[in-house]
Design a protein around this ligand. Structure first.
Ligand SMILES: Cc1ncc(COP(=O)(O)O)c(C=O)c1O
Length: 675
């Protein structure tokens, strides 16, 4: 009854009956639940709940308001059950068949905890959690944080010793809807659905999931959810204070940097992996090991890695299946003197999964692939100019278009022309500058901003009208946006496409894929280097694709990505930073920034936020790169770290402090801006 958002909601009427009675009747429709018990507080205001339960022959357990977990475990002890099914009292539309599906899978899996919420396949409000009484006992004994006591099952979700599964329902619809009741508008929405249910199927004790979906289909202009799990994000935020996070011990990192500077110009092999984009003195500089999404630095600090090596580790570090594949290859030799059959297997596989792929060539880095694609486009069209949009690698043909062009010949710089994303007029303008002289238009089909409707289709038409080929640079979008890349997602086939990064889960491999007639020009255009056909990376890539195709990697990424992104937005809003903190992109790959009142990036505030997040155990640049290995343990750590970041930014703003005074190192300056 004491819900802070909608007081007395349990007894609010839905089609003439209290909400809680609706929940009870839906639960009783389950064919696998043998006993039902309502767990509520011992506050006087909840006497009415007890009365309602007694009138309806349902057991009630009442206990301490603040320790929901202990209430739960005591309630479980007074039943004779060995398995508990948790349904929250704000879900009047919980379907009995949803409940039974989760129970069945829990029993089949012989695990300790099962739910259907990470990720959701059915709408929020169809939430079911199943766990053994032993798991509940263990949780009650070991969960000490206030937030674990409030959220009952949070400890089970994030504790890695508790074996768990997520249940994905095969039949689902309206996944983006919220069917639970937290606010008045939710209640009114549920009332509408319920009256449709009674109209369509007459008044019944309970309704099945497909009946609920049919009732939903009768409602016009349904609004999808904003943010689910709001309550959890707020609890994490409320349990975080605004004191600065503890500085990390970084002495080994810093002394290795001194050593490295003597021998390695730039201090790293990749700009974005060097100390430069991080806050020196605050963030680690050298890593030592990684497993899944967790990395350890040379000072033994542990982090959840939201950089994942600049996107390659889509399945996480040291993935067991990939390691096994690589070890077997290593035993039999890999950098051979002649081609290996696995090259054909991978090429065939890529031709099956990538819409534009009819033939394929392999490289090691994304830059190999983009340079090769541009080379072949020039050879095929007999033209030299290239229109570019975004970042396409370190090589002369492209980097001459950025401010980092030291060492690039002027003649090469003159051949590359930049156009703006999502702006067809700008593309036309660029192509008209050297009419009929363009070999290719190359762009990332999507990055942090979605293409406008028909944009990609029209880019293709315009490129072809000017006699240029269309190349999609899918080095980042490839695999992260689904197995066929952005070209499959948006239904536009380019002439050529490049893939890299996640293709080998960190084993170096990239490729150019495209139309057979164009790819055939590689017979003449030179694209040849010693390690291009290295069998280890080719085998790794085949394994990555197999895992992505058959397993639940994309589901895990969706669950982690949506939870982290929603959590960030919800916490920003709750700390009054909603208009200030911006997050764009796909849930698997997004970018954030803090924007000042003039619309400019506030690099000092961003650095303060990153400092606190890093010190709270999350390694991050300015993007959120999601890996399938982010489990709920990691997600919980990330959300707590974000909460610290937002609390510190709020503290800084509320006290009108200069963020620079709260940052313990220089604010990083980006190398250049290409996106
Ligand atoms: C879109 C895009 N294309 C090409 C590249 C170059 O790839 P690599 O760094 O593997 O050479 C990158 C690297 O970040 C990229 O983001």
């Amino acid at each position: 009854m004491g819900s802070s958002r909608l007081k007395g909601k349990s007894l609010s009427k839905i089609c003439g009956e209290p909400l809680l009675l609706k929940v009870l009747n839906q639960v009783k429709g389950s064919s696998l639940i043998t006993d039902c018990i309502v767990v509520t507080t011992d506050l006087v205001e909840d006497n009415a709940i007890q009365e309602l339960c007694q009138e309806n022959n349902c057991k009630v357990f009442r206990g301490n308001k603040d320790d929901v977990l202990s209430r739960y475990s005591k309630a479980a002890e007074i039943t004779n059950s060995d398995v508990v099914v948790r349904i929250t009292g704000d879900c009047p539309l919980i379907a009995p068949d949803t409940i039974d599906e989760v129970i069945k899978e829990f029993l089949n899996a012989k695990c300790s905890y099962a739910s259907n919420t990470f990720p959701y396949t059915r709408s929020e409000g169809q939430d079911v959690e199943v766990f053994s009484v032993d798991t509940l006992r263990y949780t009650a004994k070991n969960a000490f944080e206030e937030i674990d006591k409030e959220h009952v099952t949070l400890f089970m979700k994030k504790n890695r010793l508790i074996s768990k599964i997520n249940v994905s329902h095969q039949y689902y619809a309206f996944t983006d809807l919220k069917l639970s009741v937290d606010y008045n508008e939710d209640l009114n929405f549920v009332r509408k659905i319920w009256s449709n249910l009674e109209k369509e199927f007459s008044k019944k004790e309970f309704y099945t999931y497909s009946e609920i979906v049919m009732a939903l289909k009768k409602i016009e202009n349904i609004k999808s959810k904003n943010i689910i799990n709001d309550g959890l994000y707020m609890s994490i935020l409320n349990s975080t204070n605004d004191a600065p996070a503890e500085p990390l011990s970084l002495s080994n990192s810093l002394s290795l940097l001194d050593e490295s500077n003597k021998y390695i110009p730039g201090g790293a092999q990749t700009y974005s992996k060097s100390w430069r984009p991080h806050i020196k003195g605050v963030s680690p500089i050298f890593l030592e090991s990684g497993k899944g999404s967790i990395v350890k630095d040379v000072d033994n600090n542990e982090f959840v890695d939201l950089i994942q090596g600049l996107l390659p580790n889509i399945l996480g570090y040291a993935n067991d299946e990939i390691n096994k594949t690589i070890t077997e290859i290593a035993k039999k030799g890999h950098s051979f003197s002649l081609p290996h059959k696995l090259e054909i297997d991978l090429a065939k596989k890529l031709c099956q999964i990538i819409p534009c792929a009819e033939k394929v060539r392999f490289g090691k880095n994304g830059s190999d692939a983009t340079a090769g694609a541009v080379r072949v486009a020039r050879a095929y069209t007999g033209k030299e100019n290239v229109a570019v949009c975004g970042y396409h690698g370190w090589q002369d043909w492209f980097i001459g278009s950025t401010s980092r062009k030291a060492g690039v010949p002027k003649g090469t710089i003159d051949l590359v022309h930049t156009f703006k994303y999502n702006d067809l007029v700008d593309l036309e303008r660029v192509l008209m500058k050297k009419k009929g002289q363009f070999a290719a238009v190359i762009l990332e089909p999507v990055n942090f901003f979605w293409p406008k409707e028909n944009y990609l289709r029209e880019v293709k038409e315009i490129a072809h009208k000017h006699g240029a080929l269309l190349i999609f640079d899918e080095i980042c979008s490839g695999f992260h946006f689904g197995i066929g890349g952005a070209q499959e997602l948006f239904g536009v086939k380019p002439d050529l496409a490049t893939f890299g990064k996640a293709m080998g889960n960190g084993w170096p491999i990239s490729c150019i894929a495209g139309k057979s007639e164009i790819m055939q020009v590689f017979e003449d255009a030179f694209f040849s280097f010693t390690f291009a056909g290295d069998v280890a990376s080719i085998a790794a890539s085949l394994k990555v694709i197999e895992i992505l195709e058959k397993g639940n990697a994309y589901e895990n990424m969706r669950a982690a990505g949506i939870t982290i992104c929603d959590g960030a937005k919800a916490m920003a809003k709750a700390t009054g930073l909603g208009d200030y903190f911006k997050l764009h992109g796909h849930h698997n790959w997004s970018i954030f920034d803090f924007i000042d009142q003039n619309g400019n990036s506030d690099s000092a505030i961003k650095a303060l936020w990153i400092q606190e997040v890093t010190r709270s155990g999350v390694l991050i640049l300015t993007t959120i790169n999601i890996s399938a290995s982010l489990d709920q343990y990691c997600v919980d750590k990330v959300l707590k770290a974000f909460a610290k970041g937002f609390k510190r930014v709020k503290y800084c703003r509320d006290n009108k402090l200069d963020p620079k005074d709260l940052i313990d190192g220089p604010i990083p300056i980006p190398a250049f801006k290409a996106r």
